[in-house]
Design a protein around this ligand. Sequence first.
Ligand code: SF4
Length: 434
Amino acid sequence: MFCYQCEQTAGGTGCTKVGVCGKNEDIQSLQDTLIFGLKGIAAYAYHAGELGQKDAQVDAFMHEAMFATLTNVDFDLERYLGLVLKAGEMNLRAMELLNNANTSRFGNPTPASVARGTKTGAGIVVTGHDLLDLYELLKQTEGKGVNIYTHGEMLPAHGYPELRKFKHLVGNYGTAWQSQRTEFDDFSGAILITTNCVMIPKDSYKDRMFTCGIAGVAGVKHIKNRDFSEVIEKALAQPALAENPHPQDAFRRGTLSTGFHYTAVLGMADKIVKAVKDGKIRHFFFIGGCDGARPGRNYYTELAEKVPNDCVILTAACGKYRLNGRDYGSIDGIPRLIDTGQCNDCYSAVKIALALADAFKCSVNDLPLSLVVSWYEQKAVAILLTLLYLGIKNIKLGPSLPAFISPNVLGLLVEKYNISPIGNVDEDLAAMLK
Ligand code: SF4
């Protein structure tokens, strides 16, 4: 990076002002945080825009914040902190915008039990977050003898009335995005990727994989204008899928629950409040966020397994595949596992936390609620900034803390928000339940 202050390459041999000029690591850390956050906001705003909804304030902020990352000559740490928190505020607006865009087009999600695995016949598995792509594909495949499956981040589609009305949207296949290479290899039908997160495909399935919209992979056919005829042709030309070919794999049998939009959860608000007051629900845990292949993420599985039976787990995003494969039962008719959706549905999780605080006439920080967030990158960063903007404290973050957070910035986050890394499951659980 060229430093405009001392007119040298920052940190290079000619740099004489390390720590003062372009190499200020705290400004750099906040700028990097801002850039990751902006990427997350852009993802939400893009999907809302595809459904015709825009927000002038969000758009203006994108320009202002991006411009503020051009150089590192503004040493005003407070100003960058302000921008980072404003990114959290703008992300909340963008998430709300997307929620409104999705629900006005496809209806308010309601809880759904989704079959896992495959059925006999032709099939297309769809991943990514673009509900409009899925809707168009469902319309174009109607009556053609092709079953449609959701993968990974597309699971919440089953909660939306205008999507699940299609009888050939038959279920969910696979788990989170980082398992695509194994799971797509085993899926003999066509594969449609509507957004990244996407793994670089194996040659074994590259010719039956397609991208559309914002997604793109070198060597993979890109579909334009939501005309999915080539995808449908490919699915019909493939050997028929078998009925749950490997029953030994957990992800090919049983059901998953999803669709707990905040309107559905708030419909149970009286029951939830009563269960808490009667001492039947002791604590709420939000366990979720992005997922990845890096070791250490089994923490979330183990934590969910050890959460006591008088506690409720809220989840969202790909991290839920670490814990949603088992039956958690219910408390007085309230499911112990409440899946609010994908990273694109995190607005619901925020609304539920705010509504609970309202019902108990306290702040979110005073609720019997612990947030244990797994992060990967952009959207998780944007959501974290939203939680900080809302003043939410005591978040546990893992599997490790972001490398772009400098020691000083981390110190500030700890001091102001008491953010801490995940550690030992038993010790963390005991501390959170205290
Ligand atoms: S939750 Fe995170 S990892 Fe999963 S699809 Fe969304 S952005 Fe990607």
